[in-house]
Design a protein around this ligand. Sequence first.
Ligand code: FAD
Ligand code: EPU
Length: 338
Amino acid sequence: YMKIVNSKSLVQNNTFKIDVNTKFFVDITSESDLLNLLQETRFKNIKKLILGGGSNILLTKNINGLTIHNQIKGINIKKETDKYIFVSVGAGEVWDDLVVWTTKKKLYGIENLSLIPGYVGAAPIQNIGAYGVEFIDVFEELRGVDLSTNKIKILTKNDCEFGYRDSIFKHRLKNKFIITEITIKLSKIKKLKTSYTSLSKELKKLKKDNITSQTIREIIIDIRNEKLPNPHFIGNAGSFFKNPIITKQTLTKIKKLYPDVPVFEKGKEIKISAAWLIEKTNWKGYRSGECGVYNKHALILINYGKAVGKDIINLSRKIKATVKKKFNINLEEEVTIL
Ligand code: FAD
Ligand code: EPU
């Protein structure tokens, strides 16, 4: 039976380690639990927070409503062909446990997304990405509850409107759809994505035939541990901002002063490194009271222990203003501010 907890601190439920309270908190372990919960009169017209691992949110105030912590588990093979395997996964599985499951089975598709914190159900929300792979690359379909009707709905790739760190769940379906299960398509045949510079550099040291999804996983774990703070020890939510997309003209201007500015060009789109912009405006390693900018990666804002959401917001505003002033570029938050 679902236990509804009154007035609970969320400090252990967000990797920024911000201490706010939620009026009600519930762990849901099945879709039917969820549907029953939504039928309860007292929860009908109340604000709801759908919570996974809390690794991409910044809590700025108490949640005056119901926090639904998704704990729906299960990894199941749905269909198999000569080349592919379709796997359905409960939204409450830990993302990296799923990656481990796939590499152990010598499957290919999500090994580049190793060690990303959080749960499976949040992967579609911002279309998680790292080291040349995005969630959309393996996505088949997802299942969940549409909160406008309280009915189960299946969404396909087109329905989800995925983009760079973006999807329909950040716009029209924001807080209006609870993902309960995703289905991904993995390859049984070796398919490596090795274009990302730091990854290909490491792979060159190895014999090509010996490289498996497990090898990629291990290298990525090393790279990530080198530069990203472990939320277990330092409160953070990964990249605080997105890498901004800029015009050719803006890039030409910046290149006059900084010929080596790191940019990623894909088709006509030019993405500039937000970490570089923040470093060049002298924020890297900055600390003010209980919050600051990580000294090994300028895109990561950190909580030294007792910061409140407002402290982080204030720091992020200052960073945005200086980047705007120096480069005329607007930084946009990647983290969901609540
Ligand atoms: P939460 O923070 O719990 O939720 C995030 C948002 O999704 C919220 O708006 C929430 O309401 C919504 N949501 C969650 N679950 C559901 C659901 N079942 N149905 C509907 N809505 C839901 N991200 C990357 O893309 N690439 C990286 O390389 C990366 N590296 C990171 C490194 C560190 C150290 C940290 C702390 C974070 C990093 N992130 C990265 C960000 C984060 O891990 C991902 O965005 C992750 O998918 C968030 O999962 P979560 O379960 O913690 O989501
Ligand atoms: N850089 C700096 N200063 C720094 C850090 C980086 O100038 O302090 C420059 C370097 O030139 C470096 C370049 O930025 O080569 C790129 O850095 P990195 O490889 O760390 O990637 P990123 O663009 O900063 C993005 C994602 C990460 C993801 C990595 C790897 C965004 C907003 N962030 O970071 O995702 O892990 O690529 O693919 O797109 C997250 O979303 O939370 C996240 C951590």
